[in-house]
Ligand binder design. Sequence first.
Ligand code: IMP
Length: 443
Amino acid sequence: MPGLVVVGAQWGDEGKGKVTDLLAERADVVIRYQGGNNAGHTIVRDGEVYKFHLIPSGILYPGRRCLIGNGVVVDPKVITEEIAALHARGIDTSGLKISANAHVIMPYHRLLDDEGEMKLGKLQIGTTRRGIGPCYADKAARLGIRMQDLLDEKILRQKIYAALEPKRLTLRPYAKDPALDLHAMTEEYRTLGHRLEQYIADTSKIVWEALDSDRLVIFEGAQGTLLDIDHGTYPFVTSSNPVAGAACVGAGVGPKDIDAIWGVMKAYSTRVGSGPFPSELHDELGDRIREAGGEFGTTTGRPRRCGWLDLVALRYAIRLNSLTGIAITKLDALTGIDPLGVAVRYLGPDGVSFDEFPYHQSVVHKARAELVELPGWSEPITGARTLGDLPPEARGYLDFVADRLGVPVVLVGVGPDRDQVITTGAAPDLLPAQPAESRAAAS
Ligand code: IMP
């Protein structure tokens, strides 16, 4: 099984980093295929916390090839800082490579992101203000700067000039900002390019070679299906395609190279930023889940909106991504809540009910979730390592979800640490029956 996509099945922050990190034990290559440093993942290993925004999960395995694909937008300052932070902790980054075709987030992209949000006022999207949207917009307008451009001063200056010209009017308030001076910017980004040169490569070729030798390649998605620019809750979405199909474009492989697609979902739902969220909890139960799940953004620190698990949205994600397996994370955050709600249907504004995710945004915005109540459990489950260790109610919850979604559960997360997972045995070739650390502890 050489090609496996790990995709967010909800609104991002599902715990994809942890799942990818587990899979990376057996993989040769991990490649990110879209998004940028709007993403953030936390990996807890041996009690040590690592936070990444751009660096693919898997970097903690010595020598693992961790690639940033052409579909990612790269802020060279952020990646330089992440590399330095890893070096400071003694972690080898020689396996890291960045696609020469990946687009670069420039200072004006960040300013335009800020400006855009400010101008939208109440209608703002709630972006991470990292310049993601403006960078993808320049890519589509063919005004983007690519990683390879950072290696050639003349080309870099020309391209920055061409990119700045049509933005002059919008950027007028920043006309005197030294960060936008053409020569200073060219100099600064050329220097960053020089520092990053050793990492710039043809990542698509590296992936192809690994696949050709039958090695496992993980395509690591960022954000989630409902934030997809085509299929998500537009315009309250990100500016790339997190869905699994985009792994091919964003990494530079053909569809036949994908053999399995895992959707990662939390045992409940969260969303950051604005936009519809039919199963959102506006009461103290939402606050309780936020506290129990530590639902505060890795990138912006914003409190995440919390709600019940939404099977309507998840069925949509299964369809859009052709999911072959589901990883359910943070089941432990539901401990002590009884009963547990699960959204099985939406009720539209005029009393019409929807089994399928409605295509019309006005309906989604006004939809209310119709809930089924399931019994909760009160025993702590953070020590569970097999399905049999879980209380019957927790097993019942998982069975209900798997049954309604019709896709096997491959993994269940019961705590933040790497070994706090239950592998169900549904993917024996990809996941050890127990993660490495608990095997070591047991022997
Ligand atoms: P942008 O990607 O910064 O343009 O933000 C667009 C929308 O996507 C906002 O609602 C953000 O909160 C959301 N978003 C972007 N990245 C993430 C992520 O990694 N997790 C969750 N939400 C995200």
